[in-house]
Design a protein around this ligand. Sequence first.
Ligand SMILES: *Cc1c(COP(=O)(O)O)cnc(C)c1O
Length: 389
Amino acid sequence: MTENMPLLDISMLPADGRFGSGPSKIRDAQLEFLADTGSQLMGTSHRQKPIKDLVGEIQDGIRTLYNLPDDYEVVLGNGGATAFWDIACACLIERKAAFATYGSFSEKFANSAKNCPFLDEPVIYSADFGNYCLPSASSDIDTYAWTHNETSTGVLAPVHRIEGANDDALMIVDGTSAAGGTKINPCEIDVYYFSPQKAFGSDGGLWIALASARAIERAQRIESYALSHPEQGRWIPSFLSFTHAVTNSRKHQTLNTPAIATLIMLKNQIDWLMKNGGLDWAQARCAQSAEVIYQWAQNVEYAEPFVSKKSARSTVVVTVDLDESISAQEVISALRANGIVDVAGYRALGRNQLRIGVFPSVDTQDVIALTQCIDAIVTALKDENNALN
Ligand SMILES: *Cc1c(COP(=O)(O)O)cnc(C)c1O
């Protein structure tokens, strides 16, 4: 590790140095909105009109953003996407699910189902990290699950109904880092769930699910059967009850107390996205920022995009491998010393890698500046190493 970090000329630094893949950059305007509205809303009951109105506006905003059909509902609860995996195991998977895994997040959901004592062993289709696959259809599968954007590897998978699946099978897609920065057709699937601290640029702790009537009905059926047949051993803690979440969401509430600041910042981000042109705009902006990095990585001799297949490359989380002669860890530390943070690769992946969140809140100009800063740091580190040798 270098003792003296190369300090870059302030004029070359991005205006905002937050490039995390979640938590991610929260815009100044969101924080100002929080300060402005917070004194009326923060510290007040989520069972009263002002917060219920806020939740209702968030639900309406998401409905408009995704152009949701009338029979889909915006359901929300506490615990983030991680909690939703256990909710899905408890209430949405009937017996047997098929998963596609191609990174840490997709694996975690599959593991939840694997460890669930009252579900059958799931079928798992996996692709090498840096690529994706989808689950294949089979008549004994009642639920199909995969991840839209695998945040650990920077891979973007398609979102559509699995061809050949039973008519009543549910499609459940983890949209956590894609939602807000990537378009989908929600009618193709039954549940699209996400946390707001990624492309929605808010804070963590919440999950939001766009749920079809079919998914809501299935959960009701499974939960009422489990309740009346305790001998079957399907225990559904009320915190994991999807039906409780639906009932509360219809009243613009959550089962237990939410973080109100998260809701306030989320509301502001939804309004900002809509004002700018919705998901079409967000997707184009993210793709442009991502392309800056992919092009740069292809052009410099010491870097290359980790995801080789272009059609699998994420437009919201970009992963770049560095040549072995350059320590990604040193580059990351030097960037941090210059106020550019959270560009480390996913730890479990264990590669000499940078991972850059280019969510809608991130300015493309800042992404360009980031690539120039990385170049300058790599040059400085090389000079230093040469001087030592
Ligand atoms: C971040 C992330 C999660 C976990 O979200 P939490 O809010 O921390 O539970 C799950 N899936 C994906 C794809 C993610 O990027």
